[in-house]
Write a protein that binds this ligand. Sequence first.
Ligand code: FMN
Length: 277
Amino acid sequence: MGGVVFFKTTIFGALREFYISKLGCEVWLEQPGICIVKHGNQLIGICKSNKADADMLLTFFYETRDEVDRKAIELGYSEGAKYNPDYNIYHFYTNDPEGRRIEIQAFEDKINPYKSGSEILKQRRSYREFTDQEVGQETLSRIFDECRYSPTSRNSESYYYVVITNQEYLAKIAKIRDGATVPIGRAKMAIAVCSDPEKTKRVQADADIAATYLLLAIENNNLGGCWITDLDRTEIKEMLEIPQNHYICMITPIGYTTEIKPVPERRESIDFVKYVK
Ligand SMILES: Cc1cc2nc3c(=O)[nH]c(=O)nc-3n(C[C@H](O)[C@H](O)[C@H](O)COP(=O)(O)O)c2cc1C
């Protein structure tokens, strides 16, 4: 879920430049005649037109067509959402109770991160089913760039990631622990999180945190992953050319997922905190 405030402009190029250069926005998505810029959690969409809007269009976007259809029913919009090939979106327009124009949509292009820190922490789930769509190098690099900030004991930076795309290896790992490892065989790619004992005395903690960072970065980049454990094994190290004394904390499959998962059910209250005065 997220939102964009859209408005039309007659000076598209100059306005785009103004928001990027003068206000420090980043380009979030570019389409013919449209530029969506991002400033923190603010997404602003500017659309080329022969008339400038003083009013804005409030666009609420969701991950999937199903969610857009559900919103259409909830909002009593009977005509049904439509696919718009110009922008590769699935959407419909409606009004708020005072008549302001609202758009409900799903982007069908791959979209860049937009979630708040709180949303990433609360919405992350384990995903075990994946589409065939490959994860591009740009997305992968963004994920690893976010993982650079994982803390380590004495800042040893003892962790590292091994990206596995060899389908034969993925299929072999998927069979190692029956049901528990099966999701690795359903993705086109998996990542092993490792650490080097020659760099740290805290091999397990460093790798555990690096694995947690990786799963949060995967969530932030709208992909799915799942912590799969008990894979610190001789045969896997031989296959992946990981030294035998190194530690494999976990392996996660990674990919675009077909699963829609709600926010997980967790403890009702913050009853796991003990205050000592
Ligand atoms: C240390 C650890 C080990 C896990 N091992 C596996 C595993 O071997 N296979 C698997 O499918 N899921 C595994 N999981 C995923 C958990 O089942 C999952 O995190 C838990 O059910 C909560 O669901 P959620 O991640 O969707 O919130 C593991 C998770 C953790 C933290």
